[in-house]
Write a protein that binds this ligand. Structure first.
Ligand SMILES: NC(=O)c1ccc[n+]([C@@H]2O[C@H](COP(=O)([O-])OP(=O)(O)OC[C@H]3O[C@@H](n4cnc5c(N)ncnc54)[C@H](OP(=O)(O)O)[C@@H]3O)[C@@H](O)[C@H]2O)c1
Length: 234
């Protein structure tokens, strides 16, 4: 019988080995309550999932070239998006902010810990741009849902950023999933009920259950939480 250390090691291999592919990787993550919320209605989200999932998130950051967040997360959480709990290089930070509404005092714009790419629409006025921050102007896609996630990934690939983590929030991850560009989605579910607040995924509606996505799924225990590792074929 394997001991707990060996079991832990093989769990680590099972989670991370599939992510070490040579080709590009687009993975998204969300930590949600049992009832599908990623923050309270006031935007409080630290922390829904436990320490094992936070460590997992830092490992994911260490494995990618770029980490993408939506404007909502940049405003509410003021995240650093750096690798702190494990050894590893900080990824390039990318914020999707069509109207340039994220205030310039956010840490990702100011701390200089990693390059930051601020993706805005051509008409937006981000004001004076701090050093270390690059503004990329992108046209909105044809769907009325902001930037085409495929075009965002293409712009990142042109900068050599081919391994991408979409870190939230729910709107941003949902758009990447609906666009069919994700290879994997890690959803960690915490045994917590909120009953209100910011939703996790909101996808294009379907009328019948046989139209729902049923990706290949593996499950792992992360402390009291459960990680669902979903695999897609973009
Ligand atoms: N538990 C977790 O795992 C987790 C992770 C991250 C964040 N959060 C929480 O989630 C909340 C924020 O999530 P959210 O779903 O409300 O917002 P969000 O996904 O962080 O940001 C959504 C906004 O980002 C911009 N955006 C995203 N994708 C875009 C695209 N393809 N094209 C153009 N613009 C795009 C849009 O800005 P405009 O509205 O300006 O068009 C959109 O409304 C916060 O409270 C945060 O604390 C939780």
């Amino acid at each position: 019988m394997p001991g707990s250390a060996e079991r832990g090691e093989s769990q680590l291999e099972s989670i991370y080995l599939p992510l070490l592919r040579d080709r590009g990787l687009v993975i998204a993550q969300l930590g949600q309550t049992l009832d599908g919320r990623i923050a309270t209605r006031t935007g409080h989200s630290h922390f829904i999932t436990g320490p094992a999932d936070i460590l997992h998130l830092h490992r994911l950051r260490a494995l990618v070239d770029a980490v993408v967040v939506g404007a909502g997360t940049a405003i509410s959480d003021d995240p650093q998006l750096t690798v702190r709990q494990v050894a590893g290089r900080n990824p390039v930070r990318v914020v999707l902010d069509p109207s340039a509404r994220v205030p310039p005092d956010r840490r990702m714009f100011k701390d200089g810990l990693a390059p930051t790419l601020w993706i805005v629409r051509p008409q937006a006025d981000p004001g004076p741009v701090p050093s270390g921050v690059e503004v990329l102007r992108l046209e909105a896609g044809p769907t009325g849902c902001g930037f085409d996630p495929g075009a965002v990934l293409q712009a990142l690939a042109m900068r050599g950023l081919r391994r991408v983590l979409v870190e939230g929030g729910g709107v941003t991850v949902s758009r990447f999933l609906d666009a069919g560009v994700l290879h994997r989605l890690h959803v960690t579910v915490a045994p917590l009920l909120l009953g209100s607040g910011c939703p996790s995924l909101t996808l294009e509606p379907v009328d019948r259950l046989d139209q729902a996505r049923r990706p290949h799924c593996r499950q792992f225990s992360l402390g009291d939480d459960v990680l669902f590792d979903l695999e897609f074929c973009p």
